[in-house]
Design a protein around this ligand. Sequence first.
Ligand SMILES: Nc1ncnc2c1ncn2[C@@H]1O[C@H](COP(=O)(O)OP(=O)(O)OP(=O)(O)O)[C@@H](O)[C@H]1O
Ligand SMILES: [Mg+2]
Length: 356
Amino acid sequence: MSIFGNEDAIEIEPTRVVKNSLGIDLGTLNTVIAKPSGDKFDLYQIPSVVAVKKDDPSAVLAVGEEAKKMLGRTPEDIVAVRPLKKGVIENVAQAQALLIRAMEIGINEGETVGRIVIGIPGDASEVEKNAAEEIGRKAGAEYVLVVSEGLAAAIGAGLPIAEPNGTMVIDIGAGSTDLVVISLGGINDIETVRVGGDDIDNRIVELVAEKYNVAISIHDAEAAKMEVGMIHCSEEFENLSYEVIGKSLETNRPKKVVIDSMLVADAVEPIIQAVVGGLNLILERLPAELMMGVYKNTVAVGGSSRLRGLKERIFDESDIPIQISDDPMTVVAKGTAIVAAEPLALEPEVRLKAMK
Ligand SMILES: Nc1ncnc2c1ncn2[C@@H]1O[C@H](COP(=O)(O)OP(=O)(O)OP(=O)(O)O)[C@@H](O)[C@H]1O
Ligand SMILES: [Mg+2]
């Protein structure tokens, strides 16, 4: 019946609303958004940074790139901060602003978000899981699912997660490292070590100050790590060098320092030892039935997996020949998008799709 009571009137179809599914990897350093598009994904990335009022950290003034540009250059009363620390949501209002921005980026104007899947650290507590779900719903999604980043990474990397043999993901990000064993489509075991690329950058700053009496910026430390970084291992890699200008702690004047691969490897050492410690715990608990799968199918993901020597060092320490993902910083987002697009993502057919 029409609203005018006129039986002949043509009923007007409600405007068709496009409902999107989005996968979001809410990372410590980067938030990656993946939107399923046919068999592929449209990928977007924003820095996980928001600008807030100093005296009211929940009043978000800018998000992402815009906020990042304010880092170090903000007026006195505004600060640029990260809503996540060590992979954990520190401030709900800030994380929500980040998530809303991520959703806006992932959809076109006039569209809505039907389903979002958010990747969170595997050891997140119920409270943290609920917080992430709540934020997603408040940000306007109709259906929110949170999944472990490790499981999402495995799906995104096309690992055979549904098989009973087992497979493992080592996700070394900026704030945390997740080691996840998966079999029969679920998480068999997980170990989260709260170390990552940020700790390496901090250690580089410390080592340069100790060795050369020069203070350098954390950004230069990160740049040096990315350019010449390596991990001590049984194989020899070329010792590259990277020049930065810091502040002499003796004269307060500019001073040039050369950061070489050996210095970065020294800075990585405590971090890689912590990761190996986590791996040893996983191996200690691993049922023999899963060893073959883990031996054959372990993949390292996360930005820090790009450090030269990771594969070799893990083999030295564990006899497991790992593979390094060729798109380490987007696999988690891709995995969440696969789950968002296909609620049956853990079924074998979808796994095949994930491998494309
Ligand atoms: N080529 C590279 N060599 C070494 N480290 C790198 C390289 N590229 C990126 N990184 C590091 O990877 C980290 C970012 O990785 P990623 O985007 O996976 O982290 P995240 O998902 O934001 O963090 P988390 O998962 O811990 O919440 C940073 O510490 C960055 O310095
Ligand atoms: Mg991550």
